[in-house]
Write a protein that binds this ligand. Structure first.
Ligand SMILES: CCCCCCCCCCCCCC(=O)SCCNC(=O)CCNC(=O)[C@H](O)C(C)(C)COP(=O)(O)OP(=O)(O)OC[C@H]1O[C@@H](n2cnc3c(N)ncnc32)[C@H](O)[C@@H]1OP(=O)(O)O
Length: 464
């Protein structure tokens, strides 16, 4: 990306940090200036013409309130039964993700319009298996894969999705969905289609008697529950340099950067192996015991664990990769760690046509369980364990040609990001819960420096 190389002003960086751009996902390895965390809202509450009408916390709210839903309780009978009116040249559509034709159209829309890439050099290489994983978890609703088409041509020009995702927020279990992949064709931007899509997905979710939703965005909206920072660990620095993701930091040579970022070939954690189907019960238990560490986490059934963490045959081993550690004496599974893969297609590069990208997903370790859950000694032990697990996960990722390993400052990631040589990216990710008031949750960023903090975050949920 050419923008990797030039010097940017703080204003440029702040402007970029409000969009979900490729730069959100990849750092400039030599960031000259620290980007500002999006603490201050970019505009006043009154200027959020849509969001000020929605049940979301305001920026000026104090943190001294009772946590819970914002709207007065409603029933399905209060929800409109008809879709919202749409401009006469467009029509609503429900995508059939079982059909190749609709999958292809979604692929094309997201490929061309989901992320901004000024050079048109990189595209997310979405695959059928990725959509099957991301958009069809247990309990998925056909009706929540919502598109807008041009009436005359049938062309898909906008999309928004919801999938079931129940949450626990500070001990309260909340029936909820996760909203993602909101996208409007570039030529139809700023025409208020996004608010219409959001209202329509809200209506369809409400009709299932669900009133809360989790979503994340680089854009600052009223009002983030938490903000995390991206971290990026080059696994194949030479290639990242050749495609333009990485620049050469001052005082370094290509050879020194490669030497600094090269991992060993073999994993080191004793008892490390790939997760098998028969591990689902144990991983389910570990996950559930583990997630109490966090102030917001995803509730998972065994079926959810099978889908999201094990992946199973339908994934064909291409999207979600999970490893466990088995105690060699007792044969008990004591840890698991997962990452998912979503590569980039590289256009117009003589040397490479793709970049392999992995994202750290859920993990849990017996080391972090128990009574002294976050005392100093337990944290030190956990830090050591997580370093070993994440390092081995990265070695596995390298074996399947992953070039960069991404992780957010969420979960307990702050314990290992610096030590395992993750560079702090210039993108921030804000987390929101629709129709729910909750006190701010630490996102693993130091308040004053914006560097990764030294302590764990309260965000246990991972969004795609
Ligand atoms: C209970 C169930 C509830 C379910 C719903 C829960 C809420 C779910 C919320 C959605 C979670 C999505 C999670 C993800 O997928 S985050 C990923 C979002 N997608 C992209 O960044 C892809 C590239 N960009 C685009 O396709 C468009 O720029 C989008 C579609 C983002 C906006 O289109 P456009 O640029 O043509 O603008 P407009 O004229 O139609 O509309 C302008 C209004 O939209 C507000 N806006 C802008 N960006 C976002 C954003 N990322 N989340 C929420 N709102 C956003 C904006 O502040 C303004 O409102 P206000 O400032 O006047 O108030």
């Amino acid at each position: 990306m050419s923008e990797n190389k030039g010097q940017k002003t703080l204003a440029d960086l702040k402007d970029e940090s409000t969009k979900k751009t490729l730069a959100d996902l990849f750092q400039r390895l030599a960031v000259e200036q620290e980007p500002e965390a999006p603490d201050a809202p970019p505009k006043s509450m009154d200027e959020y013409k849509f969001w000020k009408t929605q049940p979301v916390p305001r920026f000026d709210e104090k943190d001294s309130f009772k946590e819970g839903p914002i709207d007065a309780e409603k029933t399905i009978a209060d929800v409109r039964t008809e879709p919202y009116p749409i401009h006469s040249s467009f029509e609503w559509t429900t995508l059939d993700l079982e059909s190749d034709e609709d999958l292809d159209q979604l692929y094309e829309l997201l490929y061309d319009h989901y992320v901004e890439d000024h050079d048109a050099t990189f595209r997310f290489a979405y695959s059928r298996t990725f959509f099957n994983w991301a958009l069809k978890p247990p309990g998925w609703e056909h009706n929540w894969h919502i598109g807008v088409r041009v009436k005359d041509t049938g062309r898909l020009i906008a999309f928004i999705s919801g999938v079931p995702c129940d949450l626990t927020i500070r001990g309260n279990d909340i029936k909820s969905v996760e909203i993602n992949f909101l996208c409007v064709h570039k030529q139809l931007r700023s025409k208020r289609l996004a608010p219409l899509l959001i209202k329509e997905v809200t209506r369809r979710v409400n009709l299932k008697n669900i009133w809360q939703a989790l979503y994340s965005s680089g854009t600052v909206l009223p009002k983030p529950l938490s903000t995390c920072r991206y971290g990026h660990r080059p696994l194949n620095w030479g290639k990242l340099y050749e495609v333009g993701f990485s620049s050469l930091p001052q005082g370094e040579t290509k050879a020194s950067m490669i030497a600094k970022t090269t991992l060993s070939n073999e994993t080191k954690t004793v008892g490390w192996r790939k997760m098998k189907e028969e591990d689902i019960d144990t991983v389910y238990k570990l996950y559930n015991d583990w997630r109490v560490r966090y102030e917001i986490s995803q509730i998972m059934t065994k079926e959810d664990v099978k889908h999201w963490i094990y992946g199973g045959k339908q994934q064909d081993g291409k999207v979600i990769h999970t490893y466990v550690v088995e105690d060699k004496d007792t044969k008990r599974v004591t840890d698991f760690i997962s990452f998912y893969v979503l590569p980039f297609t590289v256009l117009q590069n003589e040397l490479h046509d793709n970049v392999g990208i992995a994202y750290l997903y859920y993990y849990a370790s017996e080391t972090g369980l128990g009574k002294f859950i976050k005392d100093e000694e337990s944290q030190e032990l956990l830090k050591k364990r997580l370093k070993s697990l994440v390092n081995d996960a990265m070695i596995e990722a390298k074996k399947i040609n992953i070039d960069v390993f991404n992780a957010l400052s969420s979960q307990d990631n702050a314990l290992f990001l610096d030590d395992l040589k993750f560079g702090a990216g210039d993108g921030f990710l804000n987390y929101y819960v629709f129709n729910y008031r909750a006190k701010h949750i630490e996102g693993g960023i130091d308040d004053t420096t914006n560097a990764f903090s030294k302590t764990s975050s309260g965000v246990g949920v991972v969004l795609l």
